[in-house]
Design a protein around this ligand. Structure first.
Ligand code: MG
Length: 378
């Protein structure tokens, strides 16, 4: 069970609160939720939010199927207590409490906290203090603060559910800024595990810039290409990018012979790389007779997702003397975007003749070539 606290007003940012700011194309809070929702040791995720942010929450977490968010209180401590009370009917054994403003929490850190909960009632990830600490007032250095035995606290903090619930109930109305402090004040021993530098807390605008740099440095792009040709014959429908194009002939093949979708499918497989369309859907297999080629594309997209990749761009060029494809291009883009579940701005469909040259120029067949860029990593 994970409780993610996103109730802060984020006044230091002005305008859009920090937890709903985009980070690498996704809202900060969504990244935090993805880290927990996608973790095998976490069975459910609940958010605590500011009631004024319900619309922001709705658009940031659309499609996650989370339980309704809990309305936070005036302080972080009160927000967490309300979140814990909402979990009482579920009676979880343990709970991980995490700040939505730490979107780069890794699966390894979540695993470390969960593992330590097997032998402890409370677990806190910490980082050492490396800078020398000074006491400063009015731009005057007043003295040193001993660094020995001092550590920086992070989240997620893990607890036996009943232990932290009782601690929060007993100390309600306080002003503790993290839950390990609530636990300690209630007499619960808190065990420390190693935190992560990358698990930074977004507090100031420059933290968001640092998180963007870390994400960009950890991301890799791969490009795959695909090429396909099918023969034009009478008595077949002409399907290109999943769109039926009126013409006196159609493409011949074992499946529906959608040459453009075949080229895109191969290009997606090329990013993993995972062979070609023929190795996944052999033409000798009767199951693929007259098959809708959208199935091949969906399959390739799932393989890419399973390999940790997401589509950035799909670009296909159809080589065809006739018919004219320009009138159908918008529908083709829409169809490909819909099949793959990506944005229209991530799909390019182009068409060209070959100036009457070669087999495409003589109208014997249609060729298609595709390039696909996929992103891997956070
Ligand atoms: Mg083919």
């Amino acid at each position: 069970m994970a409780l993610i606290v996103a109730a802060g007003s984020g006044q230091r940012f002005g305008g859009l609160p920090k937890q709903y700011r985009p980070l690498g194309g996704k809202p900060v809070a969504r990244r935090a939720v993805e880290a927990f929702a996608g973790h095998a040791a976490v069975d459910a995720v609940t958010l605590v939010i500011d009631d004024a942010h319900r619309d922001l929450y709705g658009s940031a977490l659309a499609g996650f199927g989370l339980p309704p968010p809990v309305t936070g209180g005036a302080t972080r401590q009160e927000s967490v207590r309300r979140g814990l009370e909402s979990l009482v009917p579920l009676a979880p054994d343990t709970v991980l409490i995490h700040d939505a403003a730490r979107p780069l929490v890794s699966a390894a850190l979540i695993e470390r906290v969960v593992a330590a909960l097997h032998g402890h009632d409370a677990v806190l990830p910490v980082r050492p203090v490396v800078d020398t600490l000074k006491r400063v007032a009015d731009a005057t250095v007043l003295g040193e603060v001993a660094r020995e035995g001092v550590a920086r606290a992070q989240t997620p903090q893990g607890f036996r559910f009943t232990a932290i619930l009782e601690a929060h109930r007993a100390l309600a109305g306080g002003s503790f800024t993290d839950d390990a402090a609530v636990a300690a004040a209630a007499g619960i021993a808190v065990h420390a595990v190693a935190g992560e530098e990358a698990n930074l807390k977004i507090t100031l605008p420059e933290d968001l810039a640092e998180a963007e740099r870390r994400l960009g440095a950890a991301r890799r792009w791969r490009t795959g290409t695909g090429f396909d040709v099918h023969r034009l014959v009478p008595g077949r429908r002409l399907l290109l990018c999943g769109v039926e194009v009126p013409f006196e002939r159609g493409l011949d093949g074992h499946s529906d012979a959608d040459v453009a979708l075949h080229a895109i499918t191969d290009a997606i497989l090329g990013t993993i790389p995972a062979g070609d369309i023929g190795s996944h859907f052999p033409p000798s297999d009767p199951r693929w007779k007259d098959a809708d080629s959208a199935r091949f594309l969906v399959h390739a997209g799932r393989l890419l997702a399973a390999a940790g990749g997401t589509l950035e761009l799909v670009d296909v060029t159809i080589l065809c003397e006739r018919p004219k494809l320009a009138p159908h291009r918008a529908r083709m883009r829409e169809r490909v975007a819909r099949i793959l579940g990506i944005g229209l701005d991530q799909v390019g469909v182009k068409a060209t003749t070959t100036e009457g040259l070669g087999f495409t120029g003589r109208g014997e067949g249609i060729a298609a070539q595709a390039a696909v860029t996929a992103a891997f990593g956070p």
